[in-house]
Design a protein around this ligand. Structure first.
Ligand code: PMV
Length: 348
């Protein structure tokens, strides 16, 4: 292992779950399977410069975010490196300088942990491949990158591949695993190709309750077992919808998943609410719009107040007009992001 210096740059997508992951056991193993779309516009670009040093005791790195030194993000990444050290012992032979930037506005309430952790994981696997004289297969590299990213943030395991990724063992998804995400193994109906996601930025503030705390509240949650069962059942149903193009059932499953996720928060002990009044205004406006126009638009939510509006490509013009005319008033600074389903990690 003679590589003195190396530098790799990777772009990895954010993702939006259709069936949600909420609840886990150590070490970051999901209580149910989940499925997500990778996004094309919302991504992280990360460069890691590696410099060989005499063996260090713990992974050593500097961190720059959007060009500025960012020490407050360091503990999370230090913890991540410690967790993956047993799978990447070469980390102790290098000093790292990490430079990272997001395509979406900082603290817009769009989770950056998925794309952030997956980008680091891809850079590490790039180093590992170089150290192995480029003998590792793409399949191995992607699988291990997803495995590593998962240990940083569960949903990051779904930010290596695209357009659709399943994470969590599920009987109908061949090759699926709790340890890493796998590409959805079926051809999807044409209506779901190039699906659109307009992200309405309702609240950019720090979440009052982190997803780590939220996941933990699923231990001893009165509805936990039913929820995990429901999610696995919904994954079966949504698999069928995606294959057959049943968009009406897709809509009701996706919206039910979003509300069920938030229902878990409302019924935790302690309980909490991440939706804001404008989240509900937008949901109601989407329902009215669908009723009035026959549109196939639907919404989903992450662990926050922002609303993702999902719809087929052939409605792009009309839905964007709807967003601009009727929904932007519910967004902070009238901001929303026009995104669509994308592919996985890309080396730059
Ligand atoms: O990856 P985490 O630990 O930040 O959890 C994310 C959970 C949700 O975004 C709410 C759902 C999901 O499956 O992405």
């Amino acid at each position: 292992n003679s590589l003195e210096k190396a530098s790799f740059t990777w772009q990895t997508p954010s993702n939006i779950a259709l069936v949600k992951y909420w609840g886990k056991t150590d070490p970051q193993l999901p209580k149910n399977a989940s499925i997500s779309f990778a996004l094309s516009q919302s991504h992280t670009i990360t460069t890691i410069d590696f410099k060989k040093v005499d063996k260090v005791e713990t992974p050593t790195f500097e961190l720059f975010f959007e060009g500025k030194k960012k020490d407050d993000f360091k503990p999370k990444i230090a913890k991540f490196f410690e967790r993956i050290l047993e799978y990447c012992p070469y980390l102790l032979n290098y000093e790292m300088v990490i430079n990272s930037e997001n395509s979406f506005p900082h603290s817009s309430g769009i989770a950056s942990s998925a794309s952030g952790m997956s980008a680091i994981a891809m850079c590490l696997m790039n180093l590992e491949n170089e150290l192995s004289k480029s003998t590792l297969s793409d399949e191995f590299l992607n699988k291990k990158a997803s495995f590593l990213a998962r240990l940083g943030s569960g949903s990051a395991s779904r930010s290596i591949e695209g357009p659709l990724v399943v994470w969590g063992l599920h009987e109908e998804i061949e090759g699926s695993s709790d340890l890493y995400g796998v590409k959805f193994p079926f051809q999807v109906a044409s209506i779901f190709e190039n699906y659109q996601d307009t992200i309405l930025l309702v609240d950019k503030g720090e979440k009052q309750v982190s997803s780590t705390v939220g996941h933990n509240l699923m231990h001893n949650h009165p509805f936990a077992e039913q929820r995990f069962q429901q999610a696995n059942d919904n994954l079966s149903k949504i698999t069928r919808c995606l294959k057959e193009g049943n968009i009406d059932e897709f809509i009701s499953l996706v919206e039910s998943e979003a509300l069920s996720l938030h229902a878990m928060m409302l019924t935790s002990n302690p309980y909490f609410i991440l939706m804001k009044p404008n989240t509900l205004e937008i949901i109601n406006a989407i329902w009215n719009y669908r009723e009035e126009t026959g549109s196939k638009v639907c919404f989903t939510l992450d662990a926050g107040a922002n609303v993702h509006m999902l719809y087929p490509e052939n409605e792009k013009e009309s839905v964007l007009q709807f967003a601009e005319n009727q929904l932007s008033k519910y967004c902070q600074k009238n901001q929303y992001i026009c995104d669509s389903v994308g592919l996985g990690a890309k080396k730059l």
